[in-house]
Design a protein around this ligand. Structure first.
Ligand code: FE
Length: 334
């Protein structure tokens, strides 16, 4: 239909009505964030601007492979993914292009975006300690590093080292302490395990709730989801490292595809996602924290208390990812 209209207008030297042009604007997003976390926001944007958003969702690694395989023919304009480690991987494969935007630079703190502007954090995920409130954990809790001490023998629960979240956590330890000290800490964690590492954060929290161990390290939104379903569980959040480097932070974030067909519209969408208008909803849908410092956290999230977050640039997690994986392997962290 459109091509026919175009043919007619070209033939008669007319211009297309602007409403028709506006209706054709679209952005294609490949998203590692699940549909229920993005659809309400994209719907709002379309309603506001008339710009259509097409998206596919999938696992972070699979989406990246797909963009690479599609090369110049990719329909994707934006890659939306989770964890700075994955965003760093995307940079390494060359599928992203830099974006110079004062709006983005103003709305996304420098430590939560790529130093070369290849991606921008859109929500903060705090990886913190969750402990059993019926145990003596709280008396012992202080830092991630202290979980390696003798007092935690047989009381620590961890998720597998295969998950990028823990690779980023260990990368942060390397950045802060150097390789040798970081390895000593991770060896201490492994020596203190109550049980073999779990496949996901939720199982780790459930083990702590069941008294299998006294504390674990997880992203707060998993705590939030579990406690909404089972408010009776004897678990609570602890904010570690408040006298030192701060709570480990990661991001979900997005970048513009190097071969984007709709770059201009994709950048506008990215800017909007980081704006005061969209940030509250973007973060709240997954019980995360806004990156935009002008935006308040959702009340459910705010109820967990305030904390000092790490100021380390999250891009470091990618740079040190390979070293972190090797370190965890040496330390016997499965
Ligand atoms: Fe997650």
């Amino acid at each position: 239909m459109l091509s026919r209209l175009l043919a007619i207008t070209v033939a008669f030297g007319l211009s297309l009505p602007s409403t028709l042009l506006a209706a054709e604007k679209e952005v294609v997003v490949y998203s590692a964030r699940n549909e229920h976390l993005i659809k309400p926001i994209f719907d709002n944007y379309t309603e506001k601007t008339g710009v259509k958003i097409k998206y596919i969702t999938g696992e972070a690694g699979a989406l990246l492979e797909r963009v690479q395989a599609e090369g110049a023919n990719t329909p994707a304009d934006m890659l939306l993914t989770v964890d700075a480690g994955n965003l760093w991987q995307a940079v390494q494969t060359g599928v992203l292009q830099p974006v110079e935007s004062e709006t983005l630079n103003a709305n996304v703190p420098a430590n939560l975006r790529d130093p070369e502007n290849l991606w921008f954090g859109l929500s903060v995920r705090a990886r913190t300690i969750v402990y059993n409130t019926q145990s003596s954990a709280l008396e012992k809790l202080s830092t991630y590093e202290a979980l390696a001490e003798e007092a935690w023998k047989g009381k620590l629960v961890l998720r597998t080292s295969k998950k990028v979240y823990n690779q980023s956590l260990v990368a942060a330890l390397i950045a802060e302490h150097g390789m040798e000290k970081a390895e000593e800490i991770v060896r201490g964690w492994v020596a203190n395990l109550a049980v073999d590492p779990f496949s996901n954060d939720t199982k780790a929290i459930e083990a702590v709730a069941a008294g299998i161990g006294e504390a674990t390290v997880v992203n707060t939104y998993y705590f939030g989801k579990l406690i909404q379903e089972k408010p009776e569980l004897p678990v609570a959040i602890f904010w570690p490292n408040q006298e030192t480097g701060g709570v480990h932070q990661n991001v979900s974030g997005a970048g513009i595809i190097a071969n984007a067909k709709n770059k201009e519209e994709a950048v506008k969408l990215l800017e909007w996602l980081a704006s005061e208008e969209a940030q509250g909803q973007f973060a709240a849908l997954n019980m995360e924290y806004p990156v935009n410092p002008k935006v308040a956290s959702d009340p459910v999230v705010a109820a967990w208390g305030t904390f000092k977050g790490s100021q380390l640039n999250v891009a470091k997690y990618g740079e040190l990812q390979a070293e972190a994986i090797k370190l965890m392997d040496r330390a016997g962290y499965k």
